[in-house]
Ligand binder design. Sequence first.
Ligand SMILES: C[S@@+](CC[C@H](N)C(=O)[O-])C[C@H]1O[C@@H](n2cnc3c(N)ncnc32)[C@H](O)[C@@H]1O
Length: 390
Amino acid sequence: MNVTSTYPDLFLKPGREKALINRHPWIFSGAVNVAPNCREGEIVAVRNMKNEVLAYGFYSRKSQIVCRLFEFTEKLMIFDDAYWKQKIQNAYNYRKNLPSINQSNAWRLVHAEGDFLPGLIADVYGETVVVQLLTEGTILLKDTLLNVFTDLGFRYVYVKDADENKDRSYWLGNIGDKVIEMEENGLKMLVNIEEGQKTGTFLDQRDNRQLLGTYAKGRSVLNAFSYSGGFSLHALKNGAKIVHSVDISKRAIELANENVELNFGQTAKHQGIVADCFDYLRQPRSNYDLIILDPPAFAKNLAAVERAARGYKDINLQAFKMIQPGGFVFTFSCSQKITTDLFRKIVFSAASDANRNIRIVHQLTQPADHPVNIYHPEGEYLKGLVLHVE
Ligand SMILES: C[S@@+](CC[C@H](N)C(=O)[O-])C[C@H]1O[C@@H](n2cnc3c(N)ncnc32)[C@H](O)[C@@H]1O
């Protein structure tokens, strides 16, 4: 529709509409002509050279992704409070009947592009919702967006800005403690919402941690890159012989030890070890027959993919070399830039160098409360393989 919009216009170069017609939510800098006259993060109307509106998004001149789209329509729109409320309500309604939410009192309520709301992450921990405003666009809408969580009945709303050092505070209520307790698959876990990674912990591994538990009985487990010990707790609960949690962060291992004690007391067959896993995997302290490799995103951008691939190959190769015959490796990548196919190739290459017979037992991904927008394949960031090593 060719009408004047309330919002500044962003014109696409000729022939650059295809991704947008396919509802991909990102516009890269090369696809636009002139920067619109607007503030960082402001909503813009995206138009083709015929001056027709195609979509609306948050504009950013600082980023390679100059516009993150949240509405695909030819209509003239007004994005008022009711619009944002409905978007978050839709995300909430989708999750209301998901089994994951019955397994845990901690779950993701809004998953950015996966919920057609780029720049917004919201994780629920009981009565608290921890919100990450990841772009200037969502920061500009802060009060409007946060009000919706109040309307949904949350007692505490805690906010973290994109810039991790900038804004971290309670917006609504104050629980009086930055460490809160959550429950997952019948286990208690302490979460430090202020200092913890992401919104406090990694909710995306909930289903995979439960699966790990089913393989743990009687096994010697190495949880490499353990963070606060989520996989370790599931292994202990299911009768593992011994569990070692290894992480480079002292604070993560303190938290893992506290979590083990909270669930199993001081006599649990668990040891937390502060170490660089690249070194530890070369000098293991035990004969492991169940190994978890869940490193941080090694590839944050395209330029880093090659180096990241070497890192993934190295840790997988060491795990395949050391694991006892008949053991299982749970191996993951959470790098958006490492595709499922590339990850499989990297693990294949490590397996081949280790010269062992290896079966793929399960192919894993992120849980249902971290959905993938079908038009945004980059949203499928978590890949995992469960491997049996002869
Ligand atoms: C994706 S998180 C792991 C999440 C964990 N599996 C869970 O279920 O919560 C990655 C972890 O790797 C740790 N890490 C990063 N580099 C490391 C290294 N070189 N050696 C050991 N740990 C490392 C980080 O401190 C972080 O806790």
